[in-house]
Each structure stands twice: as structure tokens, then as C-alpha cells.
Design a protein around this ligand. Structure first.
Ligand SMILES: NCc1[nH]cc(CCC(=O)O)c1CC(=O)O
Length: 329
């Protein structure tokens, strides 16, 4: 599809599928280097073009949730690659037949970052400043903190968005993780505290997908997945995503969720916003992590996410905002 290169399977070679954006290639390269170092295998990147990368049509028209994901999953299912690297926050919450999240590598900074002209912070931006974001959650959080700002709708990859700063916009808000992976942290003028601005479920984490059969077998793929797996990162991302799944939320619903592992406690804070930032609902709950639960799986994290989501619903989350909003940000 779209002229992607085909690399046939070879014994001992692990082929890692990635989108072609600078950010995607940067994060997949880091995964590939980790796998090569830990397993001693040859590793190659296979780039896959997704509809979301080549079309200028509104993403909702392309199929909304998952436009960046489905082409990579097809490559994995068809045997054109052996692992596929996704930004976890871009992955739809539903299961995918025959494919599993085989590893969640160590998560990087989940915070949102302000990239403003002249080194300005959010509080120091002059009244009426124009701030770019395509995310309803970020819009609500910005307006809650600074109702005098003008939030301007913005799409495109990290470099495209940064290029607007100084000229047409006073600032943009981006994931610190993306800027870190792309080597662009010099643009960051402030990182927002997670307690005030919980971010997209899974932000800063990667999901490494594999064919279910490979993940189960004692193969080179299993060894690679084991080397990549970071249990605390899987737990926090799982708890956050369980909120989304329980709310049956679209990928652009104005919802923030932030989990952390604090000793043997898993904490989860989630907030649902009215898009104008004037109202929000928040819930924070925690669950004990027994050593056994930590080792065997993510049931505790799933359950904590469900409890937080149910608490949000009972407070009126579905009435406050459009939980089904599916425009990708
Ligand atoms: N919305 C698109 C998207 N998907 C993943 C990242 C990078 C951050 C991450 O890996 O979580 C970004 C850019 C952004 O939100 O600024």
C-alpha cells in the first residue's frame, strides 16, 4: 500500500513496523535499538504509510479513531512486520483480533508542554494571546486556567505545529513526550503539572503490538517483548485507558487521566471537561498493588480505571460533555 518497502521475513531478523513521521521513526528506532541490544538479534524498521499521514481530509471522515493505527496492524497481520510501535494514546481501546499489546516500554514524561514565543509561561502570556491546539481537552484546560486566551484549532505533526509559534501564534501546546523523542525540547517554555492538567490516557507511553501467536510462543519475538516490557508503565497506561474504555469515549473526548505507582499503591486521577473550560468533574482513587497482582497482570489497573469512570458518570460526566467526540487531536 502506498509504495511501502517490503522486507521478507528472515530467520533471526525482527522487523519493526512504524509510521513514517519523524516522531514515529524516532520512537521506533529507540525500540529497535533496545531490542537489538537486549536480544542480540538483527532488527530492521519497516515504514508503513497510514491514511492519517497522507490525507488532508478531516480525520473523522477517514474513520476517526485508529486511522494512524489500522495500516500498521494490517502490516502486522499480513506478516510484513513482526512488531508494530504505536503511541499508546493513539490506540483505540477495543481489542484487535489476533493482535496483542506485547510490551509497554518505559514511559517518558506524560505532561503537556507549552512552547511559547520569547520563553513565556502560561501565566505570562499577554491577555488575548493566541494558543494553538487541536485537542478539546487541552482547549478546556487552557481556558480554565486563562479564560482570556484565544485558542486556535491546529493540526499537523510536531514540526508543523512548532513552525506557527512566533508568527501566527503566541504558543502551542504539545506532548512533552513527542518533543523529547523528536529532540525538540529546546522549544518547551513550561511543562504543566499533571495535578492541574491531567493528560491524554497513555500519553508518553508506547504500545508494541505483536501477533498473538508470536507473543505466546517461546520465540525471538517473546524475548524482544520481555526485554521491552516495563511493568509500572503498563499499569499506569492500563488504568488510564480503562477510564476511556468504560466511558466508551471517543479519542477526542475532553478527558484527562493520570496514573502513578507510588510504592505499592496505584493512584488514578481523571477529569472530564466542558470544552469551554468553565466546568469540570474530577475523581481520584487508588488501589493497593500486591506483589502478586503486579506480577501477573493488569486486573487491578483495569478495575481502578472502571471505578474512576463509574464515579465520573455518577457525577454527571455524560451530561457535562460529548464523551463520543472522535476528532483526533
Ligand atoms: N495527538 C497526536 C500525538 N500522538 C502521540 C503524540 C506524542 C506524545 C505521545 O507519544 O504520547 C502526539 C503529539 C501530541 O499530542 O503533541
Amino acid at each position: 500500500m502506498y509504495g511501502d518497502t517490503y522486507l521478507p521475513p528472515q530467520p533471526g531478523l525482527i522487523r519493526i513496523g512504524t509510521r513514517r513521521s519523524r516522531l514515529a521513526v524516532a520512537q521506533s528506532t529507540q525500540v529497535a535499538e533496545h531490542v537489538a541490544r537486549e536480544t542480540g538479534r538483527d532488527v530492521a524498521l519497516v515504514t508503513v504509510t497510514t491514511k492519517g499521514d497522507i490525507s488532508r481530509a478531516p480525520l473523522a471522515e477517514l474513520g476517526g479513531t485508529g486511522v494512524f493505527v489500522s495500516a500498521l496492524r494490517e502490516a502486522l497481520a499480513d506478516g510484513r512486520c513482526d512488531l508494530a510501535v504505536h503511541s499508546y494514546k493513539d490506540l483505540p481501546t477495543g481489542p484487535c483480533e489476533g493482535i496483542v499489546v506485547g510490551a509497554v516500554p518505559e514511559r517518558v514524561d506524560p505532561r503537556d508542554a507549552l512552547c511559547a514565543r520569547d520563553g513565556l509561561s502560561l501565566q505570562k502570556l499577554p491577555a488575548g494571546s493566541r494558543v494553538g491546539t487541536g485537542s478539546p481537552r487541552r482547549t478546556a484546560q487552557l481556558l480554565a486556567a486563562r479564560p482570556d486566551l484565544e485558542v486556535v484549532d491546529l493540526r499537523g505533526n510536531v514540526d508543523t505545529r512548532l513552525a506557527f509559534v512566533g508568527d501566527t501564534l503566541d504558543a502551542v501546546v504539545l506532548a512533552a513526550a513527542g518533543l523529547e523523542r523528536a529532540g525538540s525540547t529546546a522549544h518547551i517554555t513550561e511543562r504543566f503539572a499533571l495535578s492541574a492538567m491531567p493528560t491524554a490516557p497513555g500519553q508518553g507511553a508506547l504500545a508494541v503490538e505483536a501477533r498473538g501467536a508470536d507473543a505466546a510462543a517461546g520465540s525471538a519475538i517473546t524475548a524482544a517483548l520481555r526485554a521491552l516490557e516495563h511493568p509500572a508503565s503498563r499499569l499506569t497506561a492500563t488504568a488510564e485507558r480503562s477510564v476511556l474504555a468504560t466511558l466508551e469515549a471517543g479519542c477526542a473526548a475532553p478527558i484527562g487521566a493520570t496514573a502513578s505507582v507510588d510504592g505499592d499503591t496505584l493512584r488514578l486521577h481523571a477529569a472530564v471537561y466542558r470544552t469551554d473550560g468553565a466546568e469540570k468533574l474530577e475523581v481520584e482513587l487508588s488501589a493497593p498493588l500486591s506483589v502478586a497482582a503486579y506480577a501477573i497482570g493488569t486486573e487491578v489497573a483495569d478495575e481502578l480505571g472502571r471505578r474512576v469512570a463509574e464515579a465520573l458518570l455518577s457525577l454527571g460526566a455524560a451530561e457535562l460533555t460529548d464523551l463520543r467526540a472522535a476528532r483526533v487531536a
